[in-house]
Design a protein around this ligand. Structure first.
Ligand code: FAD
Length: 472
């Protein structure tokens, strides 16, 4: 018997994909990584995942778990050795339970994030994880990457939103940790170990998530201002003025606004991108009433105007206008993928150091490559920027060849400012070598020990995050 024949005994042959049928799952969202695989398999139950894992162990075959394949670090793409099985999780897509008394919901890992949000809303609750890829990414992928998104400021990242997990281990055992408890101090925290492990320690098959009250009213606005330091002053004013009502504070450079205007002319802009060098999309969510939200919002914005911080502000007058403002923000990564040549960095530094970090790093990059564009945007409220570097005019061809030199400047600077080389996208294969340069030796050694303990034969997503054995 062969592995392929054995897989076909577990799953209908239409769910064991090879050749052309497998091709869409062998490259990443950005089109930077292309891999090969023995097969792409589509289980629909935990039992099928277990059977696949046991077979892969028996045949000493690497496994790459894939959700919506929207990851930005090549974590879900197999290597080009062609020796792996890709386990696609999208058929495990049931909402298993919504418990409004305990404010929890339990869902299978292959559910789309948007489906999870909608199911929560139908039950009169909020599941606040929100990313521009929410129509395609899965909750399993969100947990495997500990995704962030636009509401971390108020609700935390994927890890903060998770109470329990079900995981199939490298040996094919099922850890049933689907507990909805808010408090459980019974030893090592396995849940938080699997979250963020990018498919290298186990396969997440289901999760119990936290639910929140739906906001009664929201106010969204686009603010225009002169520089990042002023943006941070406004952020601090908003944090103290709005308290827990502040749910989003997204920074957008005028260069990114201009790109959206160029790349998606159908999007309506409330300002010309030249209005100011920087913008922030701000949102508050109120538990009382639309009137209360609006009054609170206007009071804080008025103070900001009086203090001379704001060049202008547009407040959305309707849900539709609010969606249009979010559409501008969410279109930035899509437009940049379409327009092309950018070297991207998903970094965090302490918020208090953000303005200096951008000024210093911009200057260093101009010395290295005069004329580069600074396509900066991101989650300012979390100290997380997508600090992207675009080709100088007319030099798009071959610009990505500068990646190594640009990485060195940016990540050395991130490190000098006490930041992280990956704020929310993870490590995958993109930053695996960089991790060795920027992470503490003791931390790396502990990570290797954990990997060796949970995946002794190094079959779970090898070549990603950290290697525990020589062959990867
Ligand atoms: P995949 O891409 O399929 O996989 C990602 C990693 O998780 C891989 O290592 C894979 O092996 C592993 N994995 C997937 N499913 C499982 C599972 N069930 N068990 C174990 N391991 C698994 N990310 C953010 O954090 N914040 C953002 O704001 C954000 N915005 C984005 C906007 C766009 C337009 C795009 C394209 C991406 C964005 N992302 C963002 C990145 C991406 O959407 C997230 O990383 C998302 O969480 C990945 O989910 P996925 O289902 O697509 O996972």
């Amino acid at each position: 018997m062969s592995l392929l024949a054995d897989l076909q005994n577990i799953l209908d042959s239409e769910h064991v994909l090879t050749g052309e049928d497998a091709a869409p799952y062998l490259k990443d969202w950005r089109g930077r990584y292309m891999g090969k695989a023995l097969a792409v398999v589509r289980p629909s139950s935990v039992d099928e995942v277990v059977a696949i894992v046991k077979l892969c162990q028996q045949y000493d075959t690497p496994m790459v778990t894939q959700g919506g394949n929207t990851g930005l670090c090549g974590g879900a793409t197999p290597s080009n050795k062609g020796d792996a099985v890709v386990i696609l999780m999208t058929r495990l897509n049931k909402i298993l339970n919504i418990d409004t008394e305990n404010d929890t919901m339990t869902v299978e890992a292959g559910c789309l994030l948007q489906t999870v949000q909608e199911a929560a809303e139908q039950a009169g609750r909020l599941f606040p994880l929100s990313l521009a890829s929410e129509g395609s990414c899965t909750i399993g992928g969100n947990l495997a990457t500990n995704a962030g998104g636009t509401q971390v400021l108020r609700y935390g990242n994927a890890r903060d939103l998770t109470l329990g997990l079900q995981v199939v281990t490298a040996e094919g055992e099922v850890w049933n940790g689907l507990r909805g408890l808010r408090k459980d101090n019974t030893g090592y925290d396995l849940r938080n170990l699997f979250i963020g492990s990018e498919g290298t320690l186990g396969i997440i098959t289901a999760a119990t998530l936290k639910l929140y009250p739906l906001p009664v009213a929201q106010v969204t606005a686009l603010l225009a201002f002169e520089d990042i330091a002023t943006g941070i002053t406004i952020l601090n004013r908003a944090k103290y003025g709005f308290g827990a009502s502040l749910t989003g504070f997204e920074l957008i450079s005028s260069y990114c606004m201009e790109n959206v205007r160029r790349g998606m002319p159908e999007i309506k802009m409330p300002f010309e991108p030249e209005k100011a060098p920087w913008y922030a999309l701000i949102e508050i969510s109120d538990a009382e009433s639309a009137e209360h939200a609006r009054q609170l919002f206007e009071k804080v914005i008025e103070q900001s105007f009086e203090a001379g911080e704001l060049a202008d502000a547009v407040i959305a007058e309707s849900q539709q206008q609010s969606q249009s403002l979010w559409h501008i923000r969410e279109s930035i990564p899509l437009v940049s993928a379409r327009l092309g040549q950018e070297i991207k960095h998903d970094i965090s530094v302490p918020i208090s150091k953000m303005a200096e970090f951008v000024a210093v790093t911009n200057a260093q990059l101009q010395t290295l490559l005069p004329g580069v564009k600074h396509a900066v945007f991101g989650h300012l409220g979390d100290g997380n920027l997508h600090y992207n570097v675009g080709a100088p005019d007319g030099q798009e061809e071959g610009f990505l060849d500068n990646q190594k030199a640009v990485y060195k400047v940016v990540f050395d600077s991130v490190s000098a400012f006490g930041g992280s080389i990956s704020a929310e996208h993870g490590i995958g294969q993109l930053k695996k070598d960089l991790l060795l340069d920027y992470k503490d030796e003791v931390e790396l050694a502990l990570m290797r020990k954990i990997k060796r303990a949970l995946d002794p034969h190094a079959l779970l997503n090898p070549g990603k995050v950290i290697s525990s054995v020589e062959r990867y």
